[in-house]
Design a binder for this molecule. Structure first.
Ligand SMILES: [Fe+2]
Length: 260
């Protein structure tokens, strides 16, 4: 099974701007840097990467899970970071609904970031990373023409699951990974931002080498490279990476949904 997002690689028109937001603002440690590429360590198992390009940027939505008990402190840290904080539909910055808290903000390229916390997640099981106290990368948004087609592909090909199937907005889940599959017609909350399909490379981690090899055999046009398989769907670039160091018992300990 897919256990986690191992890396999210986005495009940017300014590495310097990315550094101001992610190092100066969010205080993420730099793992690797060149003239046109930068990679940050978000958690021990997840990196966030930016590749400089001479193209228009379509903003991405992604959400970082943080501990529920520390949500207000982490929100204060973000509000002091200099990043642009967005008001929710109720006019407040933090929304708190049914044991879920979240806060939306934007980086220099206009990506729509979110920190999110759930009361049901057992937060003492995991190491908290950096000033953001990141637990894991929870959500990446995938605007698509047809939610059912992309959702069913994630289910059949990557063995991801849903709690229920919906036509315009669907969480498709595996381990800590929540793919937010939305219709291009449905704007992102809380600012009714057009859901443009961004160019990105999403690397998914698995602790099961057989899962990765089977996937490589099953997919047309996939490219296998020792511990990684690359493929594309709906214009999105994917990589599944064999990640033997990820402790998959953590998933149950965190009380994540849809594990069996
Ligand atoms: Fe979200």
């Amino acid at each position: 099974m897919i256990t986690h997002y191992a890396d999210l690689e986005l495009q940017t028109v300014s590495i310097q701007g990315v550094k101001q937001a992610y190092v100066g603002g969010l205080q993420l440690p730099i793992l690797h840097e060149s003239s046109n590429f930068i990679r940050f360590q978000l958690t021990p198992f997840t990196t966030l990467s930016f590749k400089e390009t001479y193209e228009a940027i379509y903003p991405v939505h992604f959400a970082i899970q943080v501990p529920y008990s520390q949500f207000n402190n982490i929100s204060s840290f973000i509000r002091q970071s200099g990043l642009f904080i967005l008001k929710q539909e109720n006019g407040q910055y933090i929304d708190e609904t049914d044991g879920r808290k979240n806060l939306y903000f934007r980086d220099g390229d206009g990506n729509l970031l979110e920190i999110i916390a759930h009361e049901y997640i057992k937060e003492n099981q995991i190491e908290l990373s950096g000033s953001l106290k990141a637990m894991y990368l929870r959500e990446i948004g995938f605007p698509v023409k047809s939610v059912p087609i992309f959702r069913d592909w994630l289910k059949s090909t990557l063995k991801m699951k849903t709690e229920r199937d919906q036509d315009t907005f669907n969480f498709v889940i595996s381990g800590t990974v929540h793919a937010v599959v939305v219709s291009k017609e449905r704007p992102w909350i809380p600012i009714s931002m057009k859901a443009l399909p961004p160019k990105m490379l999403v690397t998914l981690g698995t602790t099961d080498i057989n899962f990765m090899n089977k996937l490589a055999n099953k997919l047309d046009n996939s490219f296998l490279e020792s511990d990684k398989v690359y493929f594309s769907k709906e214009g999105y670039n994917f990589c599944v990476k064999y990640s033997p160091d990820f402790k998959s018992s953590l998933l149950g300990e965190l009380n994540l949904p849809l594990l069996s």
